[in-house]
Design a protein around this ligand. Structure first.
Ligand SMILES: Nc1ncnc2c1ncn2[C@@H]1O[C@H](COP(=O)(O)OP(=O)(O)OP(=O)(O)O)[C@@H](O)[C@H]1O
Ligand SMILES: O=C(O)c1ccc[n+]([C@@H]2O[C@H](COP(=O)([O-])O)[C@@H](O)[C@H]2O)c1
Length: 198
């Protein structure tokens, strides 16, 4: 079998929303990816200043959100490894699982801006090609990033963040149509985000 082109969409997904799904779908189409693997983080070390929802809740919401798309899947590598999540470990694990395939790591403009602060950043660009996508409120650029290892792509602007979704739920405001219906129902069923957000 020839090498497949696998997108990797890493995120805290607390909760997953339509901004994530639109970005992944448009990148999948633009780059002719065979599959996009969503990878919910274990503990995101750069979000240590706030309480993050249980990994199993974030994982299940991501499964619900992606289930209807045949080229989307969800991996537990970061959750099952445990501890703090570093993308270098994510990509090492996926490379071991899919040794013949090509990996494309998808990040929003805000995450790409921080990438030089990530662990073992030099190795990251050997493990995968990086795809930075536009996000309202952030500048997308590849200054100081290795040439030929990063592509920048404009995607449909979705001014949605997990933070505003959590805040809306906490205030009792609707989140319908900001994320798939099943995720809205899961949040309600599990009573997520009902405490004031820090
Ligand atoms: N609306 C969006 N448009 C494009 N990319 C996005 C959007 N929201 C998130 N992303 C990207 O998806 C990835 C995972 O994001 P994450 O799970 O942290 O969501 P978030 O909305 O940024 O969360 P929070 O508000 O809690 O920081 C990151 O690379 C991020 O840049
Ligand atoms: O490897 C790192 O040091 C690192 C630091 C911050 C974020 N990341 C990854 O970037 C992705 C988006 O992270 P976040 O915090 O914006 O949800 C997710 O897969 C994280 O594991 C990775």
């Amino acid at each position: 079998m020839s090498a497949r082109r696998l997108g990797v969409m890493g995120g805290t997904f607390d909760p997953v929303h339509n901004g994530h799904l639109v970005a992944a779908s448009e990148v999948q189409h633009r780059f002719g990816l065979d599959e996009v693997i969503f990878v919910p983080t274990g503990q995101p070390w750069q979000k240590a200043n706030r309480a993050v929802s249980r990994a199993e809740d974030r994982y299940l919401m991501t499964v619900i959100a992606t289930a209807s798309n045949p080229v989307f899947s969800v991996s537990r590598v970061d959750i099952d490894r445990g501890g703090q999540t570093y993308t270098v470990d994510t990509l090492r694990d996926l490379r071991a699982e899919y040794p013949d395939d090509e990996l494309f790591f998808i990040t929003g403009a805000d995450a790409l801006e921080q990438i030089l602060t990530w662990r073992d950043v030099d190795e990251l660009f050997d493990l995968a090609h990086f795809i930075g996508v536009t996000r309202p409120g952030y500048q997308l650029h590849d200054h100081h990033l290795p040439q030929g290892r990063v592509s920048l792509v404009e995607v449909t602007a979705m001014a949605i963040s997990s933070t505003t979704c959590r805040e809306r739920v906490q205030r009792g405001e609707p989140v319908w149509y900001l994320m798939p219906d099943g995720v809205v129902r899961y949040i309600d069923k599990r009573k997520l985000y009902t405490q004031p957000q820090s």
